[in-house]
Design a protein around this ligand. Structure first.
Ligand code: ZN
Length: 250
């Protein structure tokens, strides 16, 4: 029974993040991971914010993920990141979310660590360089700052909602390929993309699967009911722009 959990055979870990209260997208991703018999899951943060079902997403991530780190929206919703960090639609959504969280959910979000390390990987929401300042990593220079604080060879991050990989020993090679072999000698920093609010013009939910035995990462996309998620955002009275962007993938 322990075969898929460190027994040395077929050990795969689903990497999810930037779920943003989008339960429809999260359920589709978890179904895809279940279909692939991926039993270990790690989450790069931003479980809540933007979407209409923050509590249901918190419950599912708590149940399924072996590790979760704090995103700026998670901490924004519990008063640990200042609201002036956010644009007005994000701020409206954070305040809406904060009003709906239970005390137990608030405590759980408040307790999320800025970064997490285990034998197989590290995770952080934005960057290992000042993780709670939530700087963006879009280019090699920004990645280099994070590499300076990355202690392990393989790490995952989120925040940009943009699937990509950076290699500290090969600054040129940072484009996304669907299957990424983990063969380089240096450190790797990988963004699986966003489950609940993709911004790379592909509206499908994004995630990644780390295959420890085959030494590779697969970037995955899965269709979900975007109209249902958008309708819930409108019905909740959240900013309409947050519903519209889901179908645009931006
Ligand atoms: Zn995010």
């Amino acid at each position: 029974m322990d075969r898929d959990r460190g027994g040395g055979l077929d050990v795969r870990i689903g990497i999810i993040g930037d779920i943003h209260g989008n339960l429809d997208a999260l359920e589709a991703v978890l179904s895809a991971l279940d279909a692939d018999r991926v039993t270990r899951i790690a989450c790069t943060g931003d479980v809540v914010g933007y979407g209409a079902q923050p509590s249901a997403c918190v419950a599912l991530v708590r149940e399924r993920a072996e590790a979760v780190v704090a995103g700026n929206h998670d901490f924004g919703a519990v008063g640990k990141t200042a609201l002036d960090y956010f644009n007005s639609a994000a701020r409206d959504a954070i305040q809406w979310t904060a009003r709906r969280l239970t005390e137990d959910e608030r405590l759980w979000l408040s307790s999320l660590p800025p970064a997490y390390t285990c034998d197989d990987y590290q995770i952080v929401h934005a960057s290992f360089y000042e993780p709670l300042e939530f700087p963006y990593i879009f280019d090699m220079q920004q990645a280099a700052a994070s590499f300076s604080r990355q202690t392990g060879s393989l790490a995952f991050f989120g925040h940009t909602h943009w699937p990509c990989a950076f290699f500290d020993e090969d600054p040129v090679r940072h484009a996304v390929q669907r299957v990424l072999p983990l063969d380089p000698p240096g450190r790797v920093l990988v963004n699986p993309g966003s489950v609940g609010q993709p911004r790379d013009s592909d509206p499908r939910a994004a995630f990644a699967v780390l295959d420890l035995d085959k030494r590779r990462i697969t970037f995955r996309r899965v269709e979900y009911d975007i109209a249902a998620a958008a309708d819930k955002i409108i019905a909740a009275g959240l900013p309409a722009s947050l519903a519209e962007r889901l179908s645009l993938g931006y």
